[in-house]
Ligand binder design. Structure first.
Ligand code: ADP
Length: 191
């Protein structure tokens, strides 16, 4: 089993690259953002709770997303590996993920961290907001709040994996295919 974390700030291209990586490597894509938006569209209790945080650009509480990931792992016993996108986003989530994978005698193979300048991030998110229908992309204040959450709670998750020498930085600016090729080169070294 090969498990991969695609890491980076909001707007760094995790969703776009995940689609391509999942097609190439046959990994099961687990995006907590997508899972949460699915809960919101079904108007479940979990979705309604999460929406309050997401609309403000804040992180959803750890126990909510950890529970979602735990269920998703259990629901996919045949997966040849998982591609985590937008998770873990806090140190507590990273520790919980290690424990969940441990129970399955699995671990994280590598964290690929997309590096994109803040100016470029805001530009991309504002542009995505014009077509994505995502309310959190529609408002520059919410976009900036998400980047602040990233800096204060999420960026340090890379340090957690760095202690196991599992982090590789990849340039997240350039064409989609250039970035994809750089990600694949790193995966191919390890798979
Ligand atoms: P982006 O990374 O572009 O902001 P996502 O779809 O990954 O988009 O996340 C959208 C929102 O969902 C986040 O701003 C946050 O409120 C919530 N969210 C997603 N993943 C997590 C997570 N692992 N922990 C807490 N909140 C999360």
């Amino acid at each position: 089993m090969f498990n991969l974390i695609l890491f980076g700030p909001p707007g760094s291209g995790k969703g776009t690259q995940s689609e391509k990586l999942m097609a190439r490597y046959g990994l099961k894509h687990l995006s907590t953002g997508d899972l949460l938006r699915h809960e919101i569209s079904r108007q479940t209790a979990l979705g309604l709770e999460a929406k309050n945080f997401m609309d403000k650009g804040q992180l959803v509480p750890d126990e909510v997303v950890i529970g979602m990931i735990s269920s998703a792992l259990d629901e996919n016993p045949q997966a040849k590996g998982f591609l985590f996108d937008g998770f873990p986003r806090t140190s507590a989530q990273a520790e919980a993920l290690d424990r969940l994978l441990d129970l399955k005698k699995a671990s994280i193979g590598v964290m690929l961290a997309l590096d994109v300048s803040e100016e470029e991030l805001v530009k991309r998110l504002v542009k995505r907001g014009e077509t994505s229908g995502r309310s959190d992309d529609n408002n520059e204040q919410v976009i900036r709040a998400r980047i602040i959450e990233y800096r204060s709670k999420t960026a340090m998750v890379a340090d957690y994996y760095q202690q196991f020498e599992k982090v590789v930085m990849v340039k997240g600016e350039g064409t989609i295919d250039e970035i994809f090729d750089a990600l694949c080169a790193e995966i191919d070294k390890r798979i």
